[in-house]
Design a protein around this ligand. Structure first.
Ligand code: NDP
Ligand code: GDR
Length: 356
């Protein structure tokens, strides 16, 4: 690519996911041409970006374009990269569910580990390794069995799931390609981030959907696994900005992105129930624990052992000082505001469509 190229062309893998959809919005707003890789599916998997597709900017001016491809298929990656000559690539595609990774461990490695080296090699095959800026979706799951709290870029890793093991390979292959081929490649070590667009089987969204249904009389009880796991939960909208900021620096590097606060699953449940005016009191222990309405004694939460993981990550709490000092990133949405945003959205969704 010629030096002085001032095109702004982004390729997003995983554009149909939670982060991909917010990132596409963010980059379109900044004037980028946005390309996304989508998988063929038997039903629509583009719900999160449908509103963008319908935007005249995307349709008439062709600012957003979707291409079929898959992280398990090198030729599709090479074809897309060669055709669009991106200036920035955001590699967000992944089998992203930790519990599911215990069921489909080999596939998770194919996509989340080998997929990363496939796209890095595709960049080299297309001769773009000196010009393209590459973001990789790394994760706080790398810390796993916690060696240090809070966790920084220097905290040792101890992955606790096939998902985290696959992402550990990706973390290092990104660094290796940066050092071996002088590529502008960054790992964003992002802690959990949520939103109304969060997948329905992650714990926060499962909780807000279920509470909205319980509130509207559409469901009786919320069933969960480990209530005592602690996570550093931020809002996805804040986190996609950090991805972009990493690629605007003069040097590639790896950064923790986190709020610096941690809350248990139990606390998330309590705050979300409070939002619809119910106080939870907890009774019993272990798998026999229940959460009851403090006024009516109605059982609202039960433990189901099937949601426990073979190996758990007990506590995540990130220190994002490096990102704050380097490029001024800080979260704007508090824990309570995050719960409110998700509750408002699910209450609206369930009242309009009880079968959602
Ligand atoms: P989602 O699960 O919402 O989205 C994952 C995306 O990857 C979807 O677009 C999905 O497509 C796509 N995908 C899955 N498998 C393949 C494949 N084989 N080939 C091509 N595309 C594929 O994840 P998030 O948006 O929450 O997360 C984005 C990335 O960030 C992931 O890599 C995740 O592991 C990582 N991450 C997420 C964090 C979070 O808290 N959200 C924290 C740290 C890291 P489809 O829609 O067709 O399923
Ligand atoms: P996580 O997110 O594993 O941190 O990975 P998830 O919301 O799935 O779990 C968080 C914690 O909640 C506990 N939990 C339950 N989890 C689910 N999904 N369902 C339940 O019923 C339930 N009950 C309790 C879990 O045991 C866990 O401790 C997310 C993903 O987005 C990854 O892709 C990303 O890398 C990390 O966040 C950072």
């Amino acid at each position: 690519m010629a030096t002085g190229d001032n095109r702004r062309v982004a390729l997003i893998t995983g554009i149909t996911g939670q982060d991909g959809s917010y990132l596409a919005e963010f980059l379109l707003e900044k004037g980028y041409d946005v390309h996304g890789i989508i998988r063929r599916a038997s039903s629509f998997n583009t719900t999160r970006i449908q509103h963008l597709y319908e935007d005249p900017k995307c349709h008439r001016q062709g600012k957003m374009k979707l291409h079929y491809g898959d992280m398990t298929d090198s030729s599709s990656l090479i074809k897309v990269i060669s055709a669009i000559q991106p200036t920035e690539i955001y590699n967000l595609a992944a089998q992203s569910h930790v519990m599911v990774s215990f069921e489909v461990s080999e596939y998770t490695a194919e996509v989340d580990a080998v997929g990363t080296v496939r796209i890095l090699d595709a960049i080299r095959t297309c001769g773009l390794e000196k010009s393209v800026k590459f973001y990789h979706a790394s994760t706080s799951e790398l810390y796993g069995k916690v060696m240090e709290v809070p966790q920084t870029e220097k905290t040792p890793f101890y992955p606790r799931s096939p998902y985290a093991c696959a992402k550990l390979y990706s973390f290092w292959i990104v660094i290796n390609y940066r050092e071996a081929y002088n590529m502008f490649a960054c790992n964003g070590i992002l802690f959990n981030h949520e939103s109304p667009r969060r997948g329905e089987n992650f714990v926060t969204r499962k909780v807000t959907r279920s509470i909205a249904k319980i509130h509207l009389g559409l469901q009786d009880v919320l069933e969960l696994g480990n209530l005592d796991a602690k996570r550093d939960w931020g809002h996805a909208k804040d986190y996609v900005e950090a991805m972009w900021l990493m690629l605007q620096q003069t040097q590639p590097d790896d950064y923790v992105i986190a709020t610096g606060e941690t809350h248990s699953v139990r606390e998330f449940v309590e705050v979300a129930f409070q939002y619809v005016g119910r106080t939870i009191k907890w009774q019993g222990e272990g798998v026999n624990e229940i959460g009851q309405d403090a006024q009516t004694n109605q059982v609202l939460v039960r433990i189901n052992p099937k949601f426990f993981r073979p190996t758990e990550v007990d506590v995540l709490l990130g220190d994002a000082s490096k990102a704050r000092n380097k490029f001024g990133w800080k979260p704007t949405v508090t824990f309570k505001e995050l719960v409110k945003d998700m509750m408002d959205s699910d209450l609206e969704l369930m009242s309009k469509n009880p079968n959602a």
